[in-house]
Write a protein that binds this ligand. Structure first.
Ligand SMILES: [Zn+2]
Length: 311
């Protein structure tokens, strides 16, 4: 299916980002989202999906694969070097999940529109609700990370080690919840980018996501406000990576009408997939288990592990 050669971008970038490459795969209209887009985590449960039942669905216009080598940055609010979206193309992104009710509601709406998004879950939330996060993966969406506890990494009280721990434990927690490594896609809480952590993520080959437009859904007083703010900004820009929160009720409630408006406005969703999953660090995988007091095999009573069958 790959028809375009990978494009290599090796521009010098002030924040220590060395480059990125992606290839493009045109989506076939008859393909279901899961068929057009394999789940990001390699070992995530693969669910065979029926073809899209909605003939007027928003769908997926294009699939791009991201080579995260060197930690490319996306989203013009902070990173302006990779202008890959064409006119009328959008990327739907969702932060702060997984969360009961709201995340499943977002998933239902995306499925009804046979479309997809990039999810940036919080590590702690992933340990609270791993089954919800597994649903996100099973639906074929791309999953990255949004730190362990949503700490603002520009907070001067945090040491460099604590900042790295927030990043690494976030990925380790998502990996624990999914049973597979997520994509090396990261979004800083509150879009606060300390330069040394941008450099660090570059060294870890993790792509950074800011946004082109913020829906300000966390400030919205009702679902209509989410729709109005998003459409107004989008119609001005003509394209962009949209920041939303699957954690928020108003977002979940606004999404069906918002996706209809996007379709009516001629916008096309671009799916962003990583070329390879993130490589987590074993020490942080272990810390997630310890700090979250998650059940492990070793915590089971011996009688539930070892049973005498015959003597
Ligand atoms: Zn957030």
């Amino acid at each position: 299916m790959r028809i375009a050669a990978s494009l290599i971008f090796a521009s010098a970038v002030s924040l220590g980002v060395t480059g990125a490459a992606w290839s493009q795969t045109p989506a076939t209209k008859s393909l279901a989202p899961a068929a057009a887009a394999a789940p990001a985590p390699a070992a995530a449960p693969a669910v065979a999906k029926a073809p899209c039942a909605n003939p007027d669905a928003l769908g997926i216009g294009r699939v791009v694969e991201i080579d995260t080598t060197g930690g490319p940055g996306f989203g013009f609010e902070h990173f302006k070097q990779l202008d890959f979206l064409r006119d009328k193309e959008i990327v739907l992104t969702f932060d702060d999940g997984p969360w009961p009710l709201n995340t499943p509601s977002v998933l239902k709406t995306l499925a009804e529109e046979c479309t997809t998004g990039v999810f940036f879950p919080i590590g702690k939330h992933s340990t609270y609700y791993p089954e919800v996060l597994k649903q996100v993966a099973a639906a074929g969406h791309t999953i990255g990370s949004h730190t362990w506890s949503h700490a603002t990494l520009t907070n001067k009280k945090l040491t460099e080690d604590q900042r790295k721990e927030e990043i690494e434990k976030g990925f380790s927690a998502v990996k624990w919840a999914l049973g597979a490594s997520p994509s090396p896609f990261f979004r800083f809480p509150a879009l606060q980018h300390p330069p040394e952590m941008v450099t660090y993520l570059g060294s870890r080959n993790i792509a950074m996501f800011s946004c082109d437009l913020d829906s300000f859904d966390f400030k919205a007083r009702n679902p209509q406000q989410v729709i109005d703010v998003t459409m107004k900004k989008l119609d001005k820009l003509g394209k962009g990576i949209i920041l939303m929160h699957d954690f928020h009720k108003h977002t979940a409630e606004a999404l069906p009408a918002l996706l209809r408006k996007l379709k009516a406005g001629g916008y096309k969703v671009v799916q962003m997939k990583a070329k390879a999953p993130v490589e987590t660090i074993a020490r942080y995988d272990e810390e997630v288990l310890k700090d979250a007091k998650l059940p492990t095999v070793s915590s089971r009573p011996v009688s539930s592990v070892v049973q005498t069958i015959s003597e």
